[in-house]
Design a binder for this molecule. Structure first.
Ligand code: CU
Length: 364
């Protein structure tokens, strides 16, 4: 993107601030476990909640300020009623949406994934405000700036309609966990306090019999791990510099170890994806191995049928924020979501999944 485009998108965002489109939330969590795929629906912020595994937040607006208590799990995050099942090595698929259910509206800044143990009980009543979190993944700049363009971040593909996925560490110990996936939008981070934090916590029970755990020294409080002056949070050069310093701790070493020892089969989800060229700060080795566990899935191939479906969906869903979509609308959207995933998996050639590529055209 050119400087001009960067400026114009910044200006657009500033003008768009009062609109619901300017911010967003984690709308879905998908879990791919071997042959099976489970999609968990999140609640629209502040809507009358349905049982979910994603902790509902009160607004699509960002958390502002690195010491804001809402940095923990998002604005006024509420316990969720359900718990997702997952196993070590599963693919976690995050689907972020804008507040009016269009694409995620931002393109600048990193995405980071943390986990914390809920202890011996499930996470449905677990207060994580003083919990210790460890980082399992982070992704930032994927294409360096050119002489006439800003660097491109992985977040750009989310804005373009992609899912973001993260591999659950293949050696992680079984137990009850919160998975905190966070987008930090840096389009205003040229000013102190301008960064927008979007954390989202999902409640998961991890099975298996692995033994991987983070060290005490790798665990942090949230808030607590960031300050407003961190170079990755207050970043005056965000539109021009190719170097980026991820905030927070390094990726836990057991995650890096499992990523490098898992061989070719589990690296398939990353090898065919865009290869990220992010410049991690923490240490060369930990940032590069962490990036390996993250890749982007192309969500939108935009067949014309889908465009029509989406357009009509958009027309029929001109509802103020807080009103839940009808069953029919949800069905239509899930339908297209599944189509997207079929495309995605075919494109990524995920090992065990045998999904015919032709399936997609039959859906519409
Ligand atoms: Cu926003």
């Amino acid at each position: 993107m050119t400087i001009l485009q960067a400026i114009s998108s910044l200006v657009l965002c500033l003008f768009a601030l009062p609109s619901v489109a300017a911010h967003g939330y984690l709308a879905y969590l998908g879990i791919v476990d071997g042959q099976s795929y489970t999609n968990y629906t999140g609640n629209v912020p502040n809507a009358d909640p349905s049982p979910s595994v994603i902790r509902q937040v009160s607004d699509i607006s960002p958390v502002k300020g690195a010491s804001n208590p809402d940095l923990n799990c998002g604005l006024n995050a509420q316990f969720a009623q359900k718990v997702a099942s997952a196993n070590p090595g599963d693919l976690l698929v995050f689907d972020w949406r804008g507040g009016d259910n269009t694409n995620w509206p931002h393109n600048t800044g990193p995405m980071l994934t943390y986990m914390t143990s809920c202890g011996s009980s499930d996470c449905t009543q677990y207060n994580s405000s003083s919990s210790k979190w460890f980082k399992i993944a982070e992704i930032g700049i994927v294409t360096n700036a050119t002489s006439n363009g800003s660097p491109v971040w992985a977040q750009q593909s989310v804005m373009n309609g992609a899912f973001t996925n993260v591999t659950l560490p293949s050696t992680i110990s079984p137990g009850n966990y919160l998975i905190r996936h966070e987008i930090i939008a840096l389009h205003l981070a040229t000013e102190l306090g301008g960064a927008e934090f979007y954390p989202a916590c999902s409640q998961v029970k991890v099975g298996g019999s692995q033994t991987g755990m983070a060290k005490d020294s790798e665990m942090v409080l949230l808030p607590g791990a960031y300050t407003d002056t961190d170079p990755g949070i207050y970043d005056p050069d965000v539109y021009s510099s190719n170097s980026y310093t991820f905030p927070g701790p390094p990726i836990a070493t057991f995650v890096s170890a499992s990523a490098s020892s898992s061989g070719s089969s589990s690296s398939s989800s990353t090898s065919s994806a865009t290869s990220p060229a992010s410049t991690g700060s923490t240490s060369g080795s930990s940032s590069s191995s962490g990036v390996q566990s993250v890749c982007k899935l192309q969500r939108r191939t935009q067949s014309s049928a889908e465009s029509v479906a989406r357009r009509s969906l958009k027309h029929s869903s001109h509802l103020p924020l807080g009103i839940q979509e009808s069953h029919q609308q949800k069905g239509l959207r899930l339908h297209s979501l599944w189509g997207d995933l079929v495309t995605t998996f075919s494109a990524l050639r995920l090992g065990g999944l045998e999904i015919a590529k032709g399936g997609q055209s039959a859906m519409y």
